[in-house]
Design a protein around this ligand. Structure first.
Ligand code: SF4
Length: 503
């Protein structure tokens, strides 16, 4: 049996940190954000609750073993960096893990999206690190929601206040990162972000970054060069030499353990690897290209093309498929939204999302599901069931037992075929006698196209939607048709607004 990728991986040559031994302390992909440019793909769930994902001892052991191996080969590590498959501060054991790893005599860095810095426990955990990089992609609500797609439980003002508060007490190396993407009307955002960063105490560098690896949304590429220069100029005016572009090449070499498959998988989990990087790992581990081919054939590794370069990622990336994407309902307010007047040289990009990008976002189950569901006990009579359905105008009910488990579903068709056709007495027949056992469900974060595919494969007209195991809604054929109609109507309106032909 092949070994699972380790929590510690690399070292990866980092643009800021030199030889950086990565720590993947979050399983894929728990994040507070769902950034359009995320190189890890779309977030499977947006969460702001901190919890323990791994035992701190397991994280420590993984790092210790890796450092020991690298040291025996005379390989240097500049930083041990928490840079996981999601947001590292979601890990409630982060502070303890940092302390344990620092006891090994290494410097520790954390790359955070800063969304939880308002939480005192997060600030306390981060204060143990030697280097903290925090993200500020926007200080305007509109751009923040469009680019970072945060959890609805977050507030931008709270996030920004948390950063400032953290900077007041942090004694280590503090740097910020602002990612710029195409298709956004930044208006005067460069001035506003620079003004905000000028109030962050002890900020050593304010990096301006561009997506250089395959993004979660295929349309979220780097912006025009003019936008980058404009940001750097504005940052320089306020922050001086601390404003820097983050586009210099990565330096150093990738770490290797002698097991090329494991090294490639561990690194590619959080960091799409270019062809050069993969070739280097194979060379260092003394392995041939048959290892790479085997990983591709088994589905462990897939290839994504971005900017004319091939990248290897360690699993099918959510959101990396190339077919056209549709607008997600909750993002629609942002599409076509206008920002403050921008400088004349950028005036041609006045819309936040270009018309042809309207067909590039996705509808999810949670966006379209109906939330009203009827529940009935298995021991209730069919007479009670019919009464319940008639009073509520619904064609089905979920059968839930006293322990709160959903044990089946009962529909109009069950009533016709298993009750009326058999001439059973509704008052004497229990719901459990006619219900369909087992429930077909789908996670609220699944795409609507996947819901439709499941329904067609199973030949069913409705599917329950679950979130963390609880039933939260239902999608029926009617729901899908209705949402498609409203989708087509709104797209037509947008196209008309931009003077384009719909077909
Ligand atoms: S880029 Fe970072 S913050 Fe944004 S979704 Fe990906 S892991 Fe989360």
């Amino acid at each position: 049996m092949s070994a699972a990728p380790e929590i510690a991986f690399g070292p990866i040559p980092s643009r800021r940190l030199g030889a950086s031994l990565g720590v993947n302390n979050i399983p894929p992909k728990h994040c507070t954000y769902n950034c359009i440019y995320c190189q890890v793909g779309r977030s499977s769930r947006l969460d702001i609750t901190r919890r323990k994902f791994y035992e701190p001892e397991a994280v420590y052991e993984s790092v210790r073993r890796r450092l020991e191996l690298l040291s025996s080969r005379g390989e240097r590590v500049d930083y041990v960096t928490f840079v996981p498959d999601g947001e590292p501060t979601l890990d409630a054991s982060l502070g303890r893990e940092i302390d344990m790893i620092k006891s090994l005599g290494v410097r520790v860095a954390v790359i955070t999206n800063s969304s939880l810095m308002w939480d005192e426990s997060v600030r306390s955990d981060l204060s143990g690190a030697d280097y903290v990089s925090f993200k500020v992609d926007a200080v305007s609500e509109r751009i923040w929601r469009f680019v970072d797609r945060p959890s609805h439980a977050l507030s931008l003002q709270r996030v920004l206040s948390g950063i400032v508060e953290f900077s007041e007490g942090f004694r280590g190396h503090l740097a910020s990162e602002t990612m710029l993407v195409s298709g956004v009307d930044y208006g005067d955002e460069a001035d506003r972000i620079a003004a905000f960063l000028s109030g962050v105490r002890g900020l050593r560098q304010a990096y301006v970054a561009l997506p250089t690896r395959p993004p979660a949304e295929p349309w979220a590429g780097p912006p025009d060069r003019g936008v980058v220069i404009y940001f750097l100029t504005k940052f320089r005016e306020v922050l001086g030499d601390r404003a820097l572009p983050l586009d210099f090449p990565e330096r150093g070499s990738f770490g290797h353990t002698g097991d090329a498959r494991l090294d490639i998988l561990s690194a590619a989990r959080v960091h799409p690897l270019g062809e050069g990087a993969v070739a280097q790992i194979l060379r260092d581990d003394g392995a041939g290209y048959e290892v790479l081919r085997g990983m591709q054939e088994s589905g462990e590794l897939s290839v994504v093309e971005y900017g004319g370069t091939k990248f290897y990622v360690s699993r099918p990336r959510r959101g990396s498929r190339t077919r056209a994407r549709r607008p997600r309902l909750r993002d629609r307010w942002a599409l076509g939204g206008r920002g403050p007047r921008r400088p004349a040289e950028h005036a041609r990009e006045i819309i936040i999302c270009k018309p042809w990008q309207l067909a590039c976002v996705t509808l999810y189950a949670r966006d379209v599901m109906e939330r009203r569901i009827l529940f009935i006990e298995p021991g209730a009579s069919c007479e009670e069931l019919v009464d319940l359905m008639a009073r509520n105008g619904r064609g089905f009910a979920v059968v839930r037992n006293a322990a709160g488990e959903n044990v089946g579903i009962v529909t109009e068709w069950d009533i016709v075929s298993r009750l009326l056709a058999k001439k059973l007495d509704p008052a004497r027949t229990k719901v459990e006698e006619i219900m369909t056992r087992g429930i077909v469900s789908i996670d609220a974060g699944e795409e609507l196209s996947d819901v439709a595919e499941l329904m067609s494969k199973k030949g069913i007209r409705r599917v329950l939607v679950t979130d963390k195991g609880s039933v939260v809604g239902v999608i029926t054929c009617h729901t899908i048709l209705a949402s498609l109609k409203s989708y087509v109507d709104s797209i037509s309106k947008d196209l008309a607004k931009y003077g384009l032909l719909p077909f």
